[in-house]
Design a protein around this ligand. Sequence first.
Ligand code: HSE
Length: 438
Amino acid sequence: MKPVRVGLLGLGTVGGGTFNVLRRNAEEIARRAGRGIEIVHAAAREYDPSGLPGIEAVTISDDAFAVVENPDIDIVVELIGGYEPARELVLKAIASGKHVVTANKALIATHGNEIFAAAQKQGVMVAFEAAVAGGIPIIKAVREGLTANRIEWIAGIINGTGNFILTEMRDKGRDFADVLAEAQALGYAEADPTFDVEGIDAAHKLAILASLAFGIPLQFDKVYTEGIGHITRDDVGYAEQLGYRIKHLGMTRRTAAGVELRVHPTLIPEKRLIANVDGVMNAVLVQADAVGPTLYYGAGAGAEPTASAVVADLVDVARTLTVDPENRVPHLAFQPDSLSDLPILSMDDVETAYYLRLCAVDRPGVLAEITRILGDGGISIEAVIQKEPPPGEQQVSVIMLTRRVREQQMNAAIAQIEALDTIEGTVTRIRMEHLGSE
Ligand code: HSE
């Protein structure tokens, strides 16, 4: 089947990320979508081809309308941001029967009602997962995963730049302006960074979340919005002394009298998970009647995290254009004829780090014997603790952390350690995972 043809408006941070992710993961994406997804035409006034291998195969125009009007294109991806000409371009794409994917929260929050009405009339999709909380699939979670619930409130750290600034001020005592400049250089900040620090970007996203949660039209103009500019390092310090963290929070709550829509710096008890969301990370906490609280966490800004959401929307649209309506979302995420036969590792071949606890006779050379067995087995030690034996006792507890090693090697080493006559009983082993992104 022919690939779905995509026109991309914008080759900046998110546009470049989208192009790279689509290209790098093309094969897996096609297995999920049921066909390939290819960017054939892009609009950009200026771009740097050095970070975009393969871009030479794409027609590049400096006029975005040329992409929207291209009859060969099935889906327009709008990543130029801002209100105009984004609104005009999106409405034009819809009018010509094209589906739209956008990361533009300002556009959806302020013109979404008009855009969705036009799309409904034309029978096309407008997908906007990347508009809220970057790479976190929060729209899918609220709109689909929580559909059984009556949502009571949503609280979110939904601006990565603001969270990055508050975190750096707290942890490193850095100046506001200096951190903001870094966020801009890293591609987190909006073209107009006052949108980040004054809370407008968060207010755009909150308006979208509130509509999805409560089934109300988009009402960005009713969001109470307060920025972080007046928060001092002293405020951050006093809040900490009292057991709180200051976070720039978007909050929407359904009350008997109406819906709260507000963005402002907020003290949150430090023991709450969401209070510990730092740096450019975002998190959205949803309180719903059946499931209770659920928390969604991840990168809220940046090239590839945002591209992750854009490409997910592209896959959703491609599926509706491709597969039979009764099997739009494949049961196992990949199309049934694209499942692959990857081997499942036996536990012997799995690699993890380990915590080991053993009981050893307290005499010279015992620890050396144990470390020799581990060393011969290719097992590297990260840390060792040896506890003082209780008065009158001969045995000591030795605790070790190891680096990652195959289970088979660890089994062999443990068997040899247990066979030493200086070791009492069996070795307790607990597998250890650092769960970082490395
Ligand atoms: N400027 C936004 C942020 C980008 O910092 O979160 C993602 O919407």
